[in-house]
Design a protein around this ligand. Structure first.
Ligand SMILES: [Zn+2]
Ligand SMILES: [Zn+2]
Length: 75
């Protein structure tokens, strides 16, 4: 599911804020900078912090991985 669709689904449920869940130790240092950061749905849709453009996660030695961050609803 794309981040945008995920955000719009949260919005429809009446959730106003989300925070970034990076997947913990499995995420790269760039993604961990975003960990726990709170956005309103509007901000997240506008700024599109996920997928992280600076993500440097490596799947295996020398092979490029991908950003594993996702939004979680903030209650
Ligand atoms: Zn990353
Ligand atoms: Zn990321």
């Amino acid at each position: 599911m794309s981040a945008k669709i995920e955000l719009m689904a949260y919005q429809q449920k009446g959730i106003e804020r989300v925070f970034v869940f990076t997947g913990g130790d499995a995420s790269c240092s760039e993604c961990q900078k975003l960990s726990g950061r709170v956005y309103t749905i509007d901000e997240a849709l506008r700024e599109k912090p996920i997928p992280c453009k600076a993500c440097s996660h490596q799947l295996h030695e020398g092979r490029e991985g991908w950003c594993m961050c996702r939004y979680m609803p903030q209650h």
